[in-house]
Write a protein that binds this ligand. Structure first.
Ligand SMILES: [Zn+2]
Length: 241
């Protein structure tokens, strides 16, 4: 985004924090893909700090889902390559990641469309890291999608698919009626919609490497939104998305 600054001088603004942008940041991060990179990979204006600030969280998010690839879907080969090229080759650096993951392995019951599919090995993800990485990605995607900056004062809240039932049905229906956008054959897939009355109020459904057991439902909201609504999800403008 370009903002007017004292007459004719145009200044780039960081899409993540609103400060002056001095770099461009890849959205989604390049590390999620194998080469050649997808042609639709975009860059957005970013300040130095935001561009370099949470790459460890982005790597964590990438590692978790590149490791969780499933056989037989289109992004399986990409996830395998990314895992092989970017994680196992830097095994020293990733030892802690692998230890943490293996220590939290357990079997969980898996259901799909109400049908019991059996047990599947699962591990606990570090929610804080994942949320930081996804929040940043959503600000980048918002800029790409809507050609404007998501107000930095708006917060982003992230839910796992299992928490979908807390959302009003009309909101769920609306976002799921939007077309799927993707980068790199399913490496990052998302749908998005936003409220007519408040364009900064946006909803996202996002998933990585086509891993169908877990996707995230995220929304951006004004800081006082939850206190005004007593923690309930029901801003009037949502009805008009
Ligand atoms: Zn910034």
């Amino acid at each position: 985004m370009v903002a007017k600054n004292e007459g004719t001088i145009m200044k780039k603004i960081c899409v993540y924090c609103g400060k002056e942008a001095t770099t461009r940041d890849h959205v989604p991060p390049k590390g999620f893909f194998r080469e050649p990179f997808p042609a639709n990979l975009k860059t957005v204006p970013a300040c130095f700090d935001c561009n370099n600030g949470n790459s460890a969280d982005e790597d964590y998010l990438r590692n978790v889902f590149a490791m969780s690839y499933e056989e037989g879907n289109i992004s399986t080969e990409i996830a395998k390559d990314v895992w092989e090229q970017k994680v196992t080759r830097t095994i020293g650096k990733n030892k802690k990641f692998l230890n943490d993951i293996s220590n939290s392995f357990k079997d969980i019951n898996v259901f799909q469309d109400g049908k019991y599919l059996g047990k599947k090995a699962s591990f606990k993800i570090e929610r804080e890291k994942v949320e930081k990485a996804i929040s940043k990605m959503i600000r980048g995607l918002y800029y790409i999608e809507y050609n404007s900056i998501l107000d930095p004062s708006y917060e982003i809240r992230i839910f796992e698919n299992i928490e979908l039932s807390i959302f009003p049905q009309n909101v769920v229906n609306d976002v799921f009626s939007k077309p799927i956008k993707q980068f790199g054959e399913g490496v990052v897939r998302y749908r998005t919609t936003r409220a007519k009355e408040d364009p900064n109020f946006s909803i996202w459904v996002i998933n990585f490497y086509n891993y169908r057991y877990m996707y995230f439902v995220c929304f951006s909201y004004a800081k006082d939104f939850l206190s005004l609504n007593k923690g309930e999800f029901g801003l009037p403008s949502v009805q008009n998305i």
